[in-house]
Design a protein around this ligand. Structure first.
Ligand code: DX5
Ligand code: ZN
Length: 212
């Protein structure tokens, strides 16, 4: 089980040190939640912040674009140091060209789906992406409760992918704590995104290993 630590819950006044802290605590990925105030009402940070902290960690940077028309941001976040670009199915009518754009830079592609979206809409793209990110909270904020019904969606996708022998990874994003981590793991998740739970304790290392 891999842990992708979301920076959304960290101390923004000490961003670089927080990146270092999470890296030393055993995170497998760092997860940057990019919100543009349009796709979601919240606004977080841009490529300038990502590039400023790139030197503090060798971990892969996951860029979770909660933005409209993500294709226009791909190059900037890859130049800033992004390794995995996750964008929302609901944010564009050009899913295939957005996937191609990311692949042109030889980076990993993640396709994210909101709780209200049926995962059947993901099926046509399953063979062309590296990962599907199942949102288990409404995108736009940390600290929300896990939406348990999304586990059924995850199980459906995992069953379909294994029956079709599609080697796609599944990530669960939102409301992860030891209890929901177990449910997600048992339902076929490969990567868990955690923010609030990790920062709710002062020992990041034990929180990360508790989730693993
Ligand atoms: C929500 C973000 C999630 C969130 C996870 O829009 O995509 O990554 O920050 O944080 P917690 O663990 O607080 O749900
Ligand atoms: Zn996220």
């Amino acid at each position: 089980m891999k842990i992708s630590s979301s920076l959304l819950a960290c101390d923004f006044a000490n961003f670089g040190q927080e990146v270092q802290r999470l890296t030393n605590a055993g995170a497998d990925f760092l997860h940057f939640d990019i919100m543009d105030g349009c796709f979601v009402s919240n606004i977080t940070f841009g490529p300038g912040v990502v590039s400023a902290v790139r030197r503090f960690s060798n971990l892969p940077f996951e860029i979770h674009l909660m933005t409209t028309e993500p294709i226009r941001l791909v190059e900037r976040f890859i130049s800033a140091g992004g390794d995995v670009i996750i964008f929302h199915l609901e944010a564009t009518s050009n899913v295939a060209s957005t996937i191609r754009e990311i692949k042109n830079f030889k980076k990993k592609v993640g396709l994210a789906v909101c709780p209200k979206t049926s995962v059947s809409e993901v099926l046509p793209f399953l063979e062309t992406v590296d990962m599907v990110t199942i949102m288990t909270v409404e995108p736009g904020a940390g600290g929300q409760s896990f939406i348990k019904s999304q586990i059924l969606e995850l199980q459906e996708l995992v069953r379909y992918a294994s029956s079709m022998k599609i080697p796609v990874l599944f990530e669960v994003d939102g409301g992860i704590n030891p209890e929901t981590a177990k449910i997600s793991k048992n339902s076929g998740a490969d990567i868990l995104v955690a923010g609030t739970f990790l920062f709710s304790k002062n020992d990041l290392k034990s929180s990360i290993s508790e989730l693993k």
